[in-house]
Write a protein that binds this ligand. Structure first.
Ligand SMILES: C[S@@+](CC[C@H](N)C(=O)[O-])C[C@H]1O[C@@H](n2cnc3c(N)ncnc32)[C@H](O)[C@@H]1O
Length: 181
């Protein structure tokens, strides 16, 4: 989480209800950083401790997001196994019509590249997908894939038009899925 670009500092997010899911240990670090950075805890954000690999993860996820929801899962799928990613997709697929999922993933070609072995070991990469495969997984969970962007498209279509200067990991892709009504 980057505080500057997070819901806490985005005026367009002020009217939205935000649920932030993460491991309890990471959440403690985030909350401490927020306490140092902001005058008060944001009232529109609810923190929900979640371990995507735990048996109750699907139930925890299902507690959030009533009505049309944007579910963002950024830079997480590579750190958990396929079953955990499936829980995120199932949660997204069960959201109200008009909801969207934004999920980033590591393509298999990137995960398998010998130049990335050190990163893989250090960061503990556990899952990767071909673009066609992730699109199929979305469909299996009732989501319509809308787009799948690489790092260059991410910069050109999402970040630069919004006036944002952010580095993105060159291998990571962003898939956007919709719950059709
Ligand atoms: C590279 S960071 C991405 C941070 C994220 N974009 C955010 O805004 O918080 C990877 C995140 O995956 C989370 N993570 C790793 N394993 C997890 C698990 N089993 N369940 C839930 N979150 C997990 C970490 O705690 C960390 O917040």
């Amino acid at each position: 989480m980057c505080i500057r670009d997070s819901p806490y500092r985005m005026p367009e997010m002020a009217a939205a209800e935000v649920w932030e899911f993460d491991l309890a240990s990471t959440q403690a670090v985030k909350k401490a950083a927020l306490a140092r950075a902001l005058p008060a805890a944001p009232a529109h954000v609810t923190y929900v401790p979640l371990d995507l690999t735990a048996p109750d993860a699907a139930d925890v996820l299902a507690r959030a997001g009533t009505g049309r929801t944007l579910l963002i899962c950024e830079a997480v799928t590579m750190y958990v196994d396929a079953a955990a990613v499936g829980r995120v997709l199932a949660c997204a697929g069960a959201l109200a019509a008009g909801s969207r999922l934004i999920l980033t993933y590591l393509p298999r070609a990137e995960a398998d590249r010998s130049a990335n072995r050190g990163w893989s070991r250090r960061l503990g990469w556990r899952s990767a997908y071909d673009p066609a495969e992730i699109a199929d997984r979305l469909r299996e969970h009732g989501l319509t894939p809308l787009s799948d962007l690489g790092a260059d498209e991410h910069q050109a279509r999402l970040l630069r038009p919004a006036g944002r200067r952010l580095a993105v990991f060159p291998g990571e892709r962003i898939v956007i899925g919709a719950v059709e009504g």
